[in-house]
Design a protein around this ligand. Structure first.
Ligand SMILES: Cc1ncc(COP(=O)(O)O)c(C=O)c1O
Length: 450
């Protein structure tokens, strides 16, 4: 979890957090609202914890990204990284904005199709696609499979040939660029499991061109996630990819397309990541003059700032050294603080609490792990049991990374637009939580020795 002492700048104040998030407002009596919907109303109607997404934010961010790409005169198409938020309503909204899907599993393929995303707008990434998944991708005739190894190329070629089909592919290369992000979400160096190292790429690409059942369309790259330290790592990666495109073409190999990946960071605390315009600029300078068809796979940048995790304080506990605010949300809901030491803003929903004096508090969940801690030493008002809080910027890698650890059902998801809202995923019931499990006959109570 993010400890305030780990940063060399002071935490943003509650007022600064609110002011920097246009989808949120603090109504003098109704309290914290997402768009025009008070979070108290959602908590009363749906219960807590609950994920709340802003449709307007999703849409405006999708448009900002596509606008930046077209302003840079790039022939680019966006495929939303489904892993960041696979809710069908989110996918359907983005599909209406022209987004396809970047998927990494059969489940994500099914989600994309169920949300109405046509197979021709689906790209399949991932380092360990199974034979079953590859067969399904061919059967669905998706747009492209990004190959991650020579072995996978052979495997796909064999499957496609057996099925009498040809599959469009790109080769994911590893440009050996350090995206300077958290070690658990960097993917573009030769110590990561992803992609093929650049020096190996020309020979492998030539081999792929000769394999039956494959139609090579080009290269793919993704250097990491939550990239916040400037645009330099992107620029270096795209420059390297551009050089590789030229080298492959010089060998007479067809390279009409490059998939530029995702990774744009968002400000959770006080980061100042490069935005879509800078990304478009880096793509333009590295790849812009090669007549390429371009793809992007953004996830977090689109949906992260569009969501909050709404939670109620179960109890506030005063220790000798610490004040603990114990929420009904936990690491099983939002695992990012426990997994990546990530920092999330936390706002009280009540206007009175929002304006009250603050002191240091640890905000934790009820799960039986010390890492079930959303933050430590955070300046927050008195938050007794029953108060509501919103954990900010939880729209990406939030619900999608949830588990049922401690036998806690998955929280519901709510989509807000203006003054209207809909539950877009029901809270998991206890029957569903236990569904599929059984006790074998040989453990049935009448067989047990007393
Ligand atoms: C291949 C690939 N593309 C796209 C993404 C999306 O990244 P982000 O959500 O940071 O934009 C990921 C995430 O790790 C990925 O692995």
């Amino acid at each position: 979890m993010a400890d305030a002492t780990a940063f060399d700048t002071p935490d943003p104040t509650l007022g600064e957090l609110l002011a920097a998030r246009p989808m949120l407002s603090m109504h003098p009596s109704a309290g914290l609202c997402v768009e025009e919907v008070p979070l108290t109303r959602l908590a009363d109607a749906v219960g807590t914890p609950a994920w709340v997404y802003s449709a307007t934010t999703l849409r405006s961010r999708a448009r900002a990204l596509t606008g930046a790409l077209s302003n840079a005169a790039l022939n680019a198409h966006c495929h939303f990284a489904v892993k960041s938020n696979p809710n069908l309503a989110v996918l359907a909204l983005l599909a209406r904005e022209g987004f396809g899907a970047d998927i990494v599993s059969e489940g994500e393929m099914r989600a994309a199709r169920a949300a109405g995303i046509p197979a021709r707008n689906i790209v399949f990434s991932g380092v360990g696609k199974t034979e079953r998944e590859l067969r399904l991708a061919i059967a669905e005739d998706i747009q492209q499979i990004n190959l991650e190894s020579a072995e996978e190329a052979e495997m796909l070629s064999a499957i496609a040939t057996t099925l009498g089909r040809t599959m469009r592919v790109a080769l994911r290369v590893n440009p050996h660029v350090d995206a300077k992000t958290h070690a658990k979400i960097t993917t573009g160096t030769d110590e990561n499991k992803f992609g093929v190292d650049v020096p190996l790429a020309p020979d492998l690409y030539r081999r792929i061109c000769a394999l039956p059942g494959l139609e090579p369309l080009g290269l793919a790259v993704h250097i990491g996630s939550q990239i916040t330290r400037g645009i330099g790592s992107y620029a270096a990666a795209y420059r390297r990819l551009g050089e590789l495109v030229v080298a492959l073409r010089a060998r007479g190999l067809p390279v009409p397309r490059v998939d530029c990946g995702g990774g744009l960071g968002i400000p959770y605390r006080d980061e100042t990541p490069a935005g879509p315009e800078a990304l478009a600029g880096a793509i333009h300078s590295g790849l812009g003059n090669l007549g390429l068809e371009l793809m992007l796979e953004p996830g977090r940048w689109i949906c992260g700032p569009a969501g909050v995790l709404l939670s109620r304080v179960v109890i506030q506990k005063q220790g000798t050294a610490r004040r603990f605010v114990i929420l009904d949300a936990a690491m099983n809901d939002l695992i990012r603080p426990a997994m990546y030491e990530s920092w999330h803003g936390i706002l009280p929903v009540s206007p009175t609490r929002f304006h009250a004096p603050v002191s240091a508090a640890d905000v934790v969940g009820p799960v039986c792990e010390s890492s079930d801690t959303f933050t430590t030493h955070r300046a927050l008002p008195d938050l007794p049991g029953g108060e509501l809080v919103a954990i900010l910027d939880a729209g990406a890698y939030g619900a999608s990374m949830s588990s049922t650890y401690n036998a806690r059902p998955l929280a519901p998801e709510i989509l807000v637009e203006g003054a209207r809202w809909s539950v877009v995923r029901q809270r998991q019931g206890y029957d569903a939580l236990l569904a599929g499990q059984s006790v074998p006959d040989w453990l049935a109570p009448d067989r047990l020795v007393p």
